[in-house]
Structures are given as C-alpha cells and as structure tokens.
Design a protein around this ligand. Structure first.
Ligand code: AMP
Ligand code: ZN
Ligand code: FE
Ligand code: FE
Length: 280
C-alpha cells in the first residue's frame, strides 16, 4: 500500500497546478489513493480523472467548503456525486459569495493605496476565487514575495485587508455535501484558532474528522483520534497540497495509516462517478 492523500487543491480553486499535473505529482510521490478537494468547485474532476486512469492512481472526487463559522473552519465532502444538481446549485452560490468577498477585499486594499484588478488573475484560476489569488496578484505586482507574506501583511484574520468568510454556515455546508450523496468531515481541526465543540456539528450531520494533517502536532493528533473515537467519526488525513511554490506542504506528505484508510475506503467513492456539468 502506497501513500494516501485525501486533501488537495488544483488551480480550479487556489492551487497553483492543473488537475492533471496534480495527479502526476501524486504518482511521482508514491500516492496511490488521492482525493481532489478544490474549494467550492468540482470543475477539475474530469481532467484529474483522465490522468488518474492513465497513471493508475485511485482518485476520489471531493470538495472543501470554507464556512463562515470562523477562520479555518472548513468542511471536506467525500463520496459526492459531482453531477448532483443541488450540489451544482450550492457551489455556484458559494462561488458568487466568494466574488462578493473578493470585491470587498479589493476595496480594502485600494483604501491602503494598493491597486489590484480581477483581470490580474489568470483565466484558469478564476473559477473559485479566494485570498490566495489576491496574494498571487500582490506577488505579480512586486508588493510581496510570496503568499505567506501577503497573508502576514494584508490578508490574515485581523490583517488590514481582511474580510471574514462569506461562505456557508456549518449546517448549510454539511447539507450541501449530503445532498450530493456524500459525507462531511471537519478539515484541519487543529488549525481552528477559536475554541469549538464538535458535538453540535455531529448532531447536524458531521461524520468525519481530518485527524492527520501536516500542521497538527503529535499531541493534537492523539487528542483528535480520541475525539473521533468518542463521537464515532471517520478518521481522514491529507496534506492540503496547493501546488508547487504555494508555500504549502508537498503532496502525500501526511500519510493516513492503512487501518484508518481501510475503514473509510468504501465511502470515498473512488473514480467512476461520471462527468460534472458545471456553470458558474
Ligand atoms: P479563503 O478561501 O479566501 O478564505 O482563503 C483560505 C485559503 O487561503 C486556505 O484554504 C489556504 O489555502 C490559504 N491560506 C490561509 N492562510 C494562509 C497563509 N498564512 N499563507 C498562505 N496561504 C494561506
Ligand atoms: Zn486553499
Ligand atoms: Fe482548508
Ligand atoms: Fe484545503
């Protein structure tokens, strides 16, 4: 059994490489089971699946929804049907809210005498726009060196250009995933700055916890394992890969232990779920 990576982003959202490149990179790093989890879009699925079939990588269609419950309170959806009509509608709405938020961020930057235009963003990355796109635009203008500096100086929570997420509430996010036949998992719980209790979220349908994540300490990982056990939640893991030079972890860097993977394997919906039809 090779590596498993259930959390990755292509340039269909805020990753820096194409879906096919992402799959090639995974193959090179020995990842055998992979999930594509772009923010608020499944538009990379068809291309990624084509490459995954060619290279013999097992690929699942997933999604990541950034909620308005707080910075880093993100929901991962697995086992989803990318052609689901309710999901398509929800994602179009969430992406519209992202564009509204972007306009507000651009307004805040303008007030700081920093001019960026939506046209600054490369076409292939305009589907699901987020703060990393603003960071890249600031890089291209020579205002910052990389995404990290852009977040530190402007975009982080509390930063001068920060606008809180306008994403779905937790119940709306969980419902969007379930309506597509999938199950919802709390992404990188250890990165959530505020205190929270998963109990109420489990009550409204949360089914998994991303226990294995590069930013989690060993102590956090074992606490999260206990939480998953206590609430009967599925245990998942992934690197949150965002492509080369994104400043994020390498693909496959966090391995999901084989026993944890075996327990959820059937529920991940590897390959074969069909072609998404998506409009924004
Ligand atoms: P948004 O969806 O616009 O709220 O942006 C959230 C995304 O920004 C996350 O999913 C990460 O990909 C990225 N991100 C968050 N914090 C940082 C950071 N400090 N440096 C680089 N990227 C970050
Ligand atoms: Zn991201
Ligand atoms: Fe996330
Ligand atoms: Fe992510």
């Amino acid at each position: 059994m090779g590596r498993v990576d259930l959390h990755t982003h292509s340039w269909c959202s805020d990753g820096t490489c194409s879906p096919a490149e992402l799959v090639r990179r995974a193959r090179e790093k020995g990842v055998e089971a992979l999930a594509l989890t772009d923010h608020d879009t499944v538009s990379g699925w068809t291309e990624a699946r084509r490459e995954a079939r060619r290279l013999g990588v097992r690929l699942a269609c997933g999604i990541e929804l950034n909620t308005r419950e707080g910075d880093q309170v993100h929901v991962l959806g697995y086992g989803i049907d990318p052609r689901s009509a309710p999901l398509t509608r929800s994602l179009a709405l969430f992406r519209r809210r992202r564009r509204e938020r972007l306009a507000r961020i651009i307004g805040r930057l303008r007030a700081l005498d920093v001019e960026i235009e939506v046209d600054d963003f490369p076409a292939e990355t305009r589907c699901s726009i987020g703060r990393p796109h603003v960071a890249d635009a600031l890089c291209r203008k020579g205002i910052v060196r990389d995404r990290k500096e852009a977040f530190r100086r402007f975009l982080r929570k509390g930063g001068p250009a920060y606008v809180p997420s306008m994403g779905p509430a937790m119940d709306e996010a969980i419902e969007a995933v379930r309506a597509a036949g999938g199950w919802a998992c709390l992404a990188h719980p250890g990165m959530i700055a505020r205190s929270f209790d998963v109990g109420p979220w489990v009550d409204i349908g949360l089914e998994g916890l991303e226990v294995y994540y590069p930013g989690h300490s060993r102590a956090q990982t074992s606490r999260l394992l206990e939480t998953a056990e206590r609430y009967g939640l599925a245990v998942t893991g992934g690197s949150d890969y965002h492509g080369p030079e994104s400043g994020h972890e390498e693909i496959g860097e966090t391995e999901l232990p084989e026993d944890a993977f075996r327990r959820i394997e059937d529920r991940l919906g590897f390959d074969g779920a069909g072609d998404p039809k998506e409009t924004s």
